[in-house]
Design a protein around this ligand. Structure first.
Ligand code: CA
Length: 533
């Protein structure tokens, strides 16, 4: 199926190239006019949404699902074909990672009918919708946990707890006697203690319990039936803290269950670890794990743009692309990398780049043109501000300079005021040189060339300029070439004459200058990317 799509696309591209040569269509608009591929697999470009701070539909200044629905045009116009919603189930905290009921929508966000409407709208647009699924822990207010605690507190001094009497007792990790550890908490005034790796309000569940697994199977069925196209799996390395093999077993169970219930569903796990550890999680069969190697202020994308020295050169970036690909494929041949630059737990990227607009744009290209399923956190496309405490990283989407404009949210209660340095989405949408427009071009380039997401990366080792990352991506017999000029100031020329007859399929350039290709010689302005095929 994909094969056929790609051949169709290749034909279409050939035709458009021909037409482009015949008409007076300017070079500037040229590549943007090309068709995008129809995406029916899991190599997508995902938009991560914190519903609370995204868009408010009913005037209470808390984001909600109707708000998300009202912004689907915005998301689709940017080219995203996947959406990840952070937790939407009833919870105790504003971030909702402490679930009180796995089978409902938090009333702050709306009702189940709103979710069903959102899922249907996404499907109509070819957008896959995944939701956060928090399996590692529940809220301490979840009825399973409160029932288990009530039961333990009711036991007499000599009585042993029994799962026959209270099945929920075995859903969590309880011990009698104080384990004297900072991640264990007392059950009321009893002799019992429970584990909460993150905090006392989030008791860790016990995956040894088959009854608990059955409950979670029903939860997964429920959401897949409501229209979820898969799940983002939270905190998978804490299922059994420190035991990769056991975590892989739990993830295999999730993967087998979900794929049997809905073939084609997409699963992406959060194993916040170094490459050599998170790579091992691919043995579970889960499609993707977040690529922490490239993310955050000290990840490869940030270091490539802000650190000097050979080990942070463009060449080193290209080598890292190969290294990560090879590491994850060792555990699963069809592993789909999940590159991202920033998420809700990390400071926003504009700050790492000292609000240098050119670098903010290049960071987008270095992230979004990676192979796999690329993720973008809401607001990154306009260079929003946010660092320090977690609430600051989850600030209101900056739709408009007018804080009382329709859709604007108030943000988390404990958030410190955030001053955005770049204009609002409304303003940037009208500016073809904005960060927003650069993101849109980058996603478009990715969508037009299926090899960018799906291709196997190799370095062009003959190209030795340390400021140039030169790679090929091969997918189903098609080869494309990507050249990144990561010099901040210098135009560069790269000779690809030895690679056959290549056409410029598109390019990005932070200052708006054109990339040109003639007789195999590609000229790249400072901070630009060229795609050739
Ligand atoms: Ca609202």
């Amino acid at each position: 199926m994909r094969n056929k799509l790609c051949r169709g696309l290749a034909l279409l591209l050939a035709l458009l190239t021909l037409l482009g040569g015949l008409t007076s269509c300017g070079a500037e608009q040229g590549w943007r006019a090309r068709e995008v591929a129809v995406i029916d697999d899991n190599y997508r470009t995902w938009y991560e949404i914190f519903v609370y701070s995204f868009c408010d539909s009913d005037g209470d200044r808390v984001g909600d699902l109707q708000g998300v629905i009202s912004k689907l045009d915005y998301i689709q116009d940017l080219g995203f074909n996947g959406i990840w919603l952070m937790p939407i189930m009833p919870a105790g905290s504003y971030h909702k990672y402490d679930v009180k009921d796995y089978l409902d929508i938090d009333p702050e966000y709306g009702a189940m009918a709103d979710f069903e409407q959102l899922a249907a709208e996404c499907e109509k647009r070819g957008i896959k919708l995944i939701i956060d699924l928090v399996l590692n822990h529940t809220s301490s207010e979840h009825p399973w946990f409160t029932a288990a605690c009530d039961y333990l507190e009711s036991l007499g001094e000599q009585e042993e707890p029994s799962a026959q009497e209270c099945p929920y007792y075995e859903y969590y990790h309880f011990v009698k006697g104080d384990p004297k550890s900072s991640t264990w908490y007392q059950v009321g005034s009893s002799d019992y203690y429970y584990e909460g790796v993150f905090w006392s309000g989030m008791p860790d569940v016990n995956f040894e319990s088959q009854a608990l697994r059955k409950e979670f199977e029903a939860v997964m069925d429920f959401w897949l039936e409501k229209g979820a196209g898969g799940f983002r799996l939270d905190a998978v390395k804490e299922f059994y803290t420190g035991a990769v093999d056991k975590n892989v077993e739990v993830l295999s169970w999730v993967n087998d269950y979900v794929k049997a219930a809905k073939p084609g569903a997409y699963l992406v796990g959060e194993a916040w670890e170094g490459l050599l550890t998170y790579a091992q999680y691919y043995a579970s069969g889960i499609d993707s794990f977040f690529d922490f190697e490239f993310a955050g202020p000290t990840g490869i994308v940030s270091k490539t743009l802000t650190y000097s020295g050979e080990e942070h050169s463009a060449q080193a970036y290209a080598k890292a692309l190969c290294r990560v690909q090879n590491a994850i494929r060792e555990y699963r041949a069809d592993a789909i990398d999940a590159p991202f630059f920033v998420n809700h737990d990390m400071a926003r990227a504009a700050g790492y780049m000292s609000y240098d607009e050119r670098k903010v744009k290049m960071a987008a290209a270095l992230n979004i043109l990676m192979s796999g399923s690329a993720f973008v956190y809401y607001g990154e496309e306009i260079g929003m501000t946010g660092s320090g405490k977690d609430e600051n990283k989850r600030a209101p989407m900056f739709w408009s300079a007018d804080p009382s404009a329709k859709g604007m949210t108030a943000g988390p209660a404990d958030m410190e005021p955030q001053e955005n340095r770049f204009p609002s989405a409304e303003e940037q949408g009208k500016d073809k040189d904005s960060i927003y427009s650069f993101y849109k071009d980058t996603v478009l380039l990715r969508n037009q060339n299926p090899e960018i997401a799906r291709g196997t990366v190799a370095r062009l080792e003959e190209i030795e300029d340390p400021d140039i990352a030169a790679i090929s991506k091969t997918y189903e017999g098609q080869v494309i070439y990507l050249l990144y000029n990561l010099s901040e100031t210098e135009e560069k020329q790269v000779d690809l004459g030895g690679y056959g007859e290549l056409e410029l399929a598109g390019y990005l350039s932070v200052d708006g200058g054109a990339v040109t290709a003639e007789d195999g010689k590609v000229t790249l302005p400072a901070y630009s990317v060229a795609v050739l095929r």
